[in-house]
Design a protein around this ligand. Structure first.
Ligand code: FES
Ligand SMILES: [Fe+2]
Length: 382
């Protein structure tokens, strides 16, 4: 679809602030889908770990002695204490030790020791391993799935979205900058705003200078009312403007081109891969950026933005990194501001539901995606 050709309503306003509805979305979406929680380089050695939050859940991600990625609920099998109190670190001697009564687990999650425990008949340590969580990686991004039996493999989940970035050497890149922002809005508002460029002319003047089609409030020439299939350039996606090399404030790249992207990728200036509900990755000719979405509450969402380069480039061009970061920072701040304004307005008792305009077709797709998972009726075209 290139535009919506009928009037479609938005989601009910209460879905953006009601605590019961938020819990419903956690159960139906966040605790069932593959969710990106970080990068492999956060756990390079056996015993390295970090703790990721998804809604009310906390997950320990680590590597076992055989270098396999492992994830566990951050909860002790004894009486349920939190295990890790730090956000990241290293398990000394390959042992995960509960801070309460010192039950001690291996990096595989096996219960190894229960110091000071007076023995009781029938107690078998084997019966109390840590609660495992499915974890695997793609392109260096670690995904976990909190379902006991995920409905899809990670490969099935990634599907053809991952192919958008097939030319980019994602696994070899390293984050050179990470910025975390807490937004006072529901997580869905981030994705709604991401899914349209209707707001671009007013909100993103800097980005519109780099991608001229955005000045028209559309994401692709296909959205123009007079567009004909015969007009379609080979690569229809919004392109950077003439003389623009990459997404920076002045459209210049100070960095060497990444190995992988071809002429069409460079002409486009970017490729996006979107993995609802938690991640999008955008590849540019010279760098990659990712944004992770973390739902913290009905009206609270963390964004974790990372910029990536090959490790040698990061070392040799440290003075060019600020230039690479600037446009993304500006755009993230601009989007965050309108997401928060949107959240505040949705609290109005008068506004029960809004309406989508023609170029908000991806936003409609997002709503259908959400409704399917909530087992809610689809709107007419669904
Ligand atoms: S709750 Fe962990 S050892 Fe008691
Ligand atoms: Fe935006």
């Amino acid at each position: 679809m290139s535009v919506l050709d009928k009037i479609e309503p938005t989601l009910p306003s209460a879905w953006y602030y009601d605590a019961d509805h938020f819990r419903r979305e956690l159960e139906a979406i966040w605790y069932r889908e593959w969710v990106c929680v970080g990068r492999l380089e956060q756990v390079t050695r056996p015993g390295d770990y970090f703790v990721a939050g998804i809604g009310t859940q906390r997950v320990i991600v680590t590597r076992d002695r055989d270098d396999r990625l492992r994830a566990f609920h951050n909860t002790c099998r004894h009486r349920g204490s939190t295990l890790c109190t730090e956000e990241s670190g290293h398990f000394a001697n390959g042992r995960i030790v509960c801070p309460y009564h010192t039950w001690t687990y291996s990096l595989d999650g096996e219960l190894l020791a229960t110091p000071f425990r007076v023995d009781s008949r029938g107690f078998a340590a084997l019966d109390y391993p840590l609660y495992p969580v499915c974890a695997t990686a793609w392109g260096g991004f670690i995904f976990v799935n909190l379902a006991d039996e995920p409905a899809q493999t990670l490969a099935e989940f990634l599907g053809c979205e991952a192919e958008e970035l097939a030319h980019w050497p994602l696994a070899e890149l390293r984050s050179v900058q990470q910025e975390r922002t807490r937004l006072a809005c529901n997580w869905k508002l981030f994705w709604e705003n991401y899914n349209e460029c209707y707001h671009c002319p007013r909100i993103h003047p800097e980005l519109c200078r780099v991608v001229p089609v955005y000045k028209e409030g559309i994401m692709s020439p296909k959205e123009r009312p007079d567009w004909r299939a015969s007009d379609a350039p080979e690569d229809d996606w919004a392109r950077v403007g003439a003389g623009v090399e990459t997404w920076t404030v002045d459209g210049r790249s100070d960095l060497p081109p990444l190995a992988g992207p071809d002429d069409a990728d460079r002409a486009a200036g970017m490729r996006f891969s979107t993995f609802l509900p938690s991640l999008f990755v955008v590849g540019h000719p010279d760098y990659v950026r990712s944004v992770r979405v973390v739902p913290c509450g009905p009206e609270s969402t963390d964004l974790v933005v990372d910029w990536y380069l090959p490790p040698d480039v990061a070392g040799e061009h440290a003075d060019k990194i600020e230039h690479m970061l600037e446009l993304g920072r500006i755009v993230v701040a601009q989007d965050g501001r309108v997401c928060e304004l949107n959240q505040q307005g949705l609290r109005s008792r008068a506004h029960r539901q809004g309406v989508l305009v023609a170029q908000e077709y991806y936003l409609w797709d997002f709503h259908q995606w959400l409704r399917r998972r909530l087992c809610e009726p689809q709107t007419a075209e669904g």
